[in-house]
Design a protein around this ligand. Structure first.
Ligand code: NAP
Length: 496
């Protein structure tokens, strides 16, 4: 198979053991993490693994940076730096694309044209916000009092990210946190630390003061836990599983730091019989198989009206069998890459087995591909019922569960019968039904006749156990800011 050649910058990056990035320095650590290419199962790099003492150093550097030039920098100047960072990411999108294709395994073209390009857009959007963070003057009722608010950064923010979109998940948090004037200690997922480290170097190169962005790759139970519990951290912005989210909240109680959580999901996607079936089938297919099912918003529970089930199912199977799956760095533009790791692949395959054991019918895929790498054939399970594990639990892999329904109120109740509430969607040409359902589905994002759209300008986050806080849009600025209320007593003048 023909592979894309490494860019010189990428080859150099992979050859050097990557140190932690603390206070503008590269810091070695006694422990290292082997970064594995899930497309080949080979080790591609070694990265220093932070322990609690390194997290202490990074938090101290971030605290110190708050009282350096960054702390007094105008919003305008922070915006200029963020805009420059956006330009730098875009100019190096091939490098980011290769780094994410290597440690995550996703197709290079998608890593470059989606993940890297959307990350750049994200920084650009929040560059605009940096100079527009304003307080209010408030007409209080007490005479002789003047009241106003100022909006200030929270302080030192610990950002903890998952592996499914290595650059983009960092951008989602980092851009608003920096726009609001915070300093950062970032812990990327242990499987995908490369682009976060590269981004730290880039930020330094284009003029962010040392200590503003510190990156401490490491294990969740060590570096992540130390960050979540650290008394010098003012806020944790976390994206990951609901289970880890609970641990973060528990760890945060020592200093009652602020916490925002973007957690897991089990999104319901509903096709009504009045929908445009060709686009609904296509949309529902990519709602799950986009990013190989490794998306928090994956449309994992597909409810299809009984009257159109056969037709939709045939379209889904045909699409699944036509998908091309291959290494992230293949020259051929594959649709999907591998699963992130052996344990995650094993988990996905065990869900398929459990689904079949509970009575679901496997109509596509369900097996590991006979080649190196953690590849699983795109899988469809038909005849799934609400009680099955594959309908209740987040699989986070290329497994679509198809369920059937008879009427609107029934499917609404079943769609909402989950502990998650990140996203939901429906396909219909009935405008009233679309609005009725959008109002009643319990999820932070609703897609109607589309799926998966996100935009730096539009708030994103979960209801129920999918988390709290909204990233993106002006809500994200609020998430990384705090409001101060200032009162001034005004003396009566002799003139009055
Ligand atoms: P995860 O296991 O929860 O890990 C997420 C991050 O937390 C990683 O950096 C991990 O480090 C770290 N971590 C693990 N244990 C920790 C602890 N005790 N204290 C502090 N940090 C800890 O999730 P994942 O498997 O990487 O990602 C998949 C999950 O993320 C899915 O549930 C998915 O739905 C969710 N997700 C949600 C969104 C959203 O926006 N709502 C977006 C993407 C993904 P290690 O890498 O060392 O384990």
């Amino acid at each position: 198979m023909s592979m894309i050649e490494f860019l010189p910058e990428v080859a150099d990056f992979l050859n050097a053991v990557q140190g932690l990035r603390i206070d503008g320095q590269r810091v070695a650590a006694p422990e290292t993490i082997a970064v594995i290419n899930p497309s080949t199962e080979a080790e591609i790099a070694r990265v220093a693994s932070a322990d609690a003492a390194h997290v202490d150093m990074a938090v101290a550097a971030a605290r110190q940076a708050l009282s350096g030039p960054w702390g007094t920098m105008s919003g305008h100047d922070r915006g200029v730096l963020l805009w420059r960072l956006a330009d730098a990411i875009e100019a190096r999108k091939d490098i980011f694309g290769q780094l994410d294709a290597l440690d995550n395994g996703k197709p290079f073209y998608k890593a470059r044209d989606v993940d890297a390009v959307y990350s750049a857009r994200h920084f650009r959007y929040f560059a605009g916000w940096a100079s527009k963070i304003e307080g209010r003057t408030i007409p209080v009722s007490e005479p002789g009092r003047f009241n106003y608010t100022s909006v200030e950064p929270v302080g030192v923010c610990g950002l903890i990210t998952p592996w499914n979109y290595p650059t983009l998940m960092v951008a989602w948090k980092l851009a608003p946190a920096l726009a609001a004037g915070n300093t950062i200690v970032l812990k990327p997922a242990e499987q995908t630390p490369l682009s976060a480290l590269y981004l730290a170097d880039l930020a330094l190169e284009i003029g962010f003061p040392p200590g503003v962005l510190n990156v401490v790759p490491g294990l969740g139970g060590t570096a992540g836990a130390a960050l979540a519990a650290h008394k010098g951290v003012d806020k944790i912005g976390f994206t990951g599983s609901t289970e880890t989210g609970r641990r973060i909240v528990a760890a945060s109680t020592g200093n009652l730091k602020k916490v925002s959580l973007e957690l897991g999901g089990k999104a319901a996607n509903i096709i009504f019989p009045d929908a445009d079936l060709a686009s609904a089938t296509d949309g529902a297919f990519w709602a799950l198989f986009g990013n190989n099912g490794q998306s928090c918003t994956a449309g994992a529970r597909l409810f299809v009206h009984a009257s159109i089930r056969e037709q939709v199912l045939a379209g889904l199977i045909q699409r699944a069998n036509a998908l091309s799956v291959g290494p992230g760095m293949a020259r051929a533009a594959h649709d999907l890459g591998p699963i992130i790791s052996q344990p995650q692949m094993d988990k996905v395959l065990s869900y398929v087995a459990q689904g079949e054991a509970e009575g679901a019918r496997r109509v596509a895929g369900g097996h590991r591909l006979d080649q190196p790498g953690y590849f699983v054939a795109p899988t469809i399970l038909d005849g799934v019922s609400d009680a099955m594990a594959v309908a209740r639990e987040e699989i986070f892999g290329p497994v679509l569960a198809v369920l059937s329904f008879e009427d609107e109120s029934e499917v609404l109740a079943r769609a909402n019968a989950t502990e998650f509430g990140l996203a939901a969607g429906l396909w219909t040409n009935d405008l009233s039904r679309a609005h009725r359902m959008a109002a009643r589905l319990q999820a932070g994002t609703i897609w109607i006749n589309t799926w998966g759209d996100t935009d730096a300008a539009s708030p994103f986050g979960g209801m129920k156990q999918s988390g709290y806080g909204r990233e993106m849009g002006q809500e994200a600025i609020a998430l990384y800011s705090q409001t101060k209320s200032v009162w001034l007593g005004i003396k009566e003048s002799d003139l009055i």
